[in-house]
Design a protein. Structure first.
Length: 217
């Protein structure tokens, strides 16, 4: 998934969407492509805003399949799913270039007894419910996990879930959430704490530090 505009990660003079910006000399989208190939995913379909197809072609190998992004994440995922012919599919964010290939293989393997499998990590911080600037409640974090990508699905199940969401005007922030709505079985695979999602400008500095310290391969 590389169809967003990355507004939160742009600096005052930065116009290039974050997924196409370089990290350690390589674009984020190219790094994410590499980890999927290393994990055995093929073909790799990259969802990109139509006006950025030409840029994507300069950063990715010619065998990559490009799909046009749409107005919402769900619409963009559905666009990519239209080009999937395999029984299983992995959905991954281009802005998570440090996901270990083994994590991709783990979520796929978890489909042996589930319709969907996500990488996630337990929440460690105290959670607060806030209204305006006032804390109104401390939220029990027991059993609460932070979802990551990669996420793997039985293709028929996730495609049907997206079609249902489109027909019913349902909006979600996570593909697995659609299967939850449908009552399908979704399981969790322990994620990686170095599986950084690059969202804000300062995240690039953290990612560069990971690379310099050789925390990330």
């Amino acid at each position: 998934m590389a169809g967003g505009r990355g507004e939160r990660a742009r600096g005052a003079t930065q116009e290039t969407p974050k997924q196409f910006r370089p990290l350690g000399g390589r674009a984020l989208v190219a790094r994410s492509y590499d980890l999927l190939i290393d994990a055995g995913c093929s073909p790799v379909i990259v969802v990109v805003a139509p006006d950025l197809f030409e840029l994507a072609r300069t950063l990715l190998p010619p065998e990559v399949v490009l799909a046009p992004g749409r107005a919402s994440r769900a619409g963009s995922v559905a666009s990519g799913l239209e080009r999937v012919s395999s029984e299983r599919v992995v959905i991954h964010d281009a802005v998570r270039p440090f996901a270990p290939p083994q994590l991709v293989r783990s979520v796929v393997a978890a489909l042996a007894d589930a319709d969907g499998a996500i990488a996630a990590i337990p929440v460690e911080e105290t959670l607060k419910q806030v209204e305006d600037d006032r804390v109104v409640e401390t939220v029990d974090r027991a059993g609460v996990w932070r979802a990551q990508t990669p996420q793997a699905f039985r293709t028929g199940a996730i495609r049907a879930a997206h079609e249902w969401a489109n027909q019913n005007g349902v909006t979600v922030t996570d593909d697995a959430q659609l299967l939850e709505h449908a009552g399908r079985r979704v399981v969790v695979v322990p994620g990686s704490r170095t599986n950084l999602k690059i969202t804000f400008p300062e995240d690039f500095a953290v990612a560069e530090a990971f690379l310099r310290a050789r925390v990330i391969a």
